[in-house]
Write a protein that binds this ligand. Structure first.
Ligand SMILES: Cc1ncc(COP(=O)(O)O)c(C=O)c1O
Length: 416
């Protein structure tokens, strides 16, 4: 169908969208000299120097903690490592259940499994955030549950006031997976700082692109002290952190060293990016809302409103297709691909790692999550890298709306 269809006409001229939406965001060139110096010195290990001042990783921790306004930040090899170490530092026990939203990336339940625990999935609504009624029901049905690992999937931050309230009322320790939400706020408070533990990712598609890497944040001295030891600060290496509460000595050699440290090169790539989080965030936000407003013109596209008080920094957009059958959605996705816009519907590919039914290392057959399942079947996912300009957004938006409406108007798709 798309082969014989005329090219779409935008602004009076033929125009196809040619940008590669998979390109990661650039790293400030100032990182280059630092990386070169570190490699020349061969001191890539974070503890090669004599003190924190000499460590790029320690400086990154200090500046990251300052940016978020938290007491402690511990650099680790990934956000998954931060979740793993965080759960252990918070006292998780083998076989214990951990509540988590059913809409997230496979790394999240995997980190729970890594810590010897068992994910307990909570429904997510078609605005992509956790369903608080289901959260409360699952807490009531599992009165012993002590942990909630909240994932701000695709940067959608839920009502944090209610979530903190629910956790407090039920004696539940909250951990935030803010891998996608660095730079977002809810009521002006940064995502990742509502919980007892915040976890962040510096993998290439995240706000800070260091290839890989992560950060654990907390205001809790005990959790920080245990996490430092478990990240791999053996013997006196803990003295090479800026934050070094003596409490660390209580845990030295009493907890395993899992060696999930960050290395100096990663830290040098990440560090200059702290200064650009807010500027990037503004651009992400402007692009997101501009595109959302264009997409809302189609009656087949539902871009759910964001949660009140959320100030997001989305580097992707999610929207739900309405009144279209699965085969029609496939036709639309193919047509858009031809136009250079690769949109994925989470629930339409066999192996999508963001669909809970594909986490087969869990007992997913037993999961009954009809709300999340329905959402995932029609929820579209489109990356919006930072290089996109207003013109690109307008072109993409017009293309998406026209392709959907054209297919609808040709009678190829009839409302289901
Ligand atoms: C929502 C979410 N949480 C956590 C992670 C884990 O991050 P990392 O790759 O740094 O372990 C990812 C990875 O992409 C993710 O998408």
């Amino acid at each position: 169908m798309t082969e014989t269809a005329p090219r779409l006409v935008i602004d009076g001229g033929e125009r196809t969208f040619t940008a590669d939406l998979t390109v990661p965001d650039p790293v400030p060139t100032s990182a280059l000299q630092r990386v070169e110096d570190i490699i020349k010195s061969a001191r890539m290990f974070r503890y090669s120097g004599t003190d924190a001042e000499e460590s790029e990783t320690a400086l990154l921790e200090k500046e990251f903690a300052e940016y978020l306004g938290v007491k402690y930040a511990l650099a680790v090899s990934s956000c998954s490592s931060a979740i793993f170490i965080g759960l252990l530092a918070a006292g998780i026990e083998r076989g214990e259940k951990v509540l988590m939203p059913a809409f997230t990336f496979t790394a999240v339940p995997s980190s729970i499994v890594h810590a010897g625990a068992v994910p307990l999935l909570v429904e997510c609504d078609d605005n992509y955030v956790v369903n608080l009624d289901d959260l409360e029901q699952k807490i009531a049905a599992n009165p012993d549950v002590r942990f909630f690992l909240l994932s701000h999937m695709r940067g959608h931050v839920a009502d944090m006031g209610r979530i903190v309230e629910i956790c407090k009322a039920n004696n539940i320790l909250l951990i935030e997976d803010a891998a996608h939400a660095l730079g977002s706020t809810w009521k002006d408070q940064p995502a990742g700082t509502f919980a007892d533990i915040g976890c962040f990712s510096f993998q290439s598609t995240k706000m800070i692109n260091a290839g890989e890497g992560g950060m654990l944040t907390t205001n809790d001295e005990d959790i920080y002290a245990k996490a430092v030891i478990m990240s791999g600060a053996y013997e006196k290496q803990w003295t090479k952190h800026f934050a070094r509460p003596l409490r660390i000595l209580d845990y030295l050699n009493k907890y395993p060293a899992y060696n999930v440290r960050m290395n100096e090169v990663t830290a040098a790539i990440a560090r200059p990016q702290i200064n650009i989080i807010d500027r990037k965030g503004e651009k992400f936000r402007a692009n997101y809302f501009r595109l959302a407003n264009i997409l809302k013109r189609s009656k087949h596209i539902d871009v759910p409103d964001r949660i009140d008080h959320e100030n997001p920094v989305p580097n992707s957009i999610q929207f739900n297709l309405r009144g279209l059958r699965g085969d029609h959605i496939r036709t639309i996705l193919d047509a858009l691909k031809q136009e250079g816009i690769g949109i994925k519907v989470f629930g339409m590919s066999e192996d999508n790692a963001r669909c809970f039914w594909n986490w087969r290392y869990l007992d997913v057959e037993d999961e009954d999550l009809p709300i999340t399942e329905k959402m995932l079947k029609t929820a579209c996912d489109l990356r919006l890298p930072v290089f996109l300009e207003t013109d690109d957004i307008d072109t993409m938006g017009a293309l998406i709306v026209r392709v959907i409406d054209r297919i609808q108007n040709t009678g190829l798709a009839t409302p289901a």
